[in-house]
Design a protein around this ligand. Structure first.
Ligand code: HEC
Length: 112
């Protein structure tokens, strides 16, 4: 009986951590961005204008790291956070429109 309750409580905790928290972490901006389909070409243009100074014209790395395979190291939400948060100076915080962010994501996802 008690063991059953403990198990139910444990299951509830696991559900909370796996399902509820990640959904709550996904703010409206991130959700909106992930619902859009991005253009790799426009993403590449945005990248050359905003990011290439630090990451290199072909994302090969300069001041900032080489971004090839970055979509395997970070998930989509982490990539969005990396661009908008400004939490890892000297990389600044960018505020792209959701469509522009979706385009940048499409470009980053294509860097294999
Ligand atoms: C002023 C220089 C600078 C600019 C401009 C810049 N970055 Fe960065 N970026 C960095 C640095 C430095 C890091 C490493 C941060 C760390 O982890 O400490 C980084 C890290 C990253 C990462 C994570 C790499 C990894 O291996 O985890 C991504 C993705 C990224 N940048 C994308 C972008 C995009 C997209 C843009 C343009 C919108 C951009 N950066 C513009 C300097 C810059």
């Amino acid at each position: 009986m008690v063991a059953g309750l403990v198990l139910a409580a444990a299951a509830a905790c696991i559900a909370l951590v796996l399902v509820v928290l990640p959904a709550a972490r996904s703010d409206p901006y991130t959700r909106q961005t992930l619902e859009l389909s991005g253009s790799v070409e426009h993403g590449a243009l945005l990248f050359r204008l905003n990011c290439a100074g630090c990451h290199g014209i072909a994302a090969q790395g300069l001041v900032g790291p080489d971004l090839h395979g970055v979509a395997e190291r970070k998930n989509q939400r982490q990539l969005i956070r990396q661009v908008v948060s400004g939490r890892t100076p000297p990389m600044p915080s960018f505020q792209p429109e959701p469509q522009a962010m979706a385009d940048l994501l499409a470009y980053l996802n294509g860097l294999v």
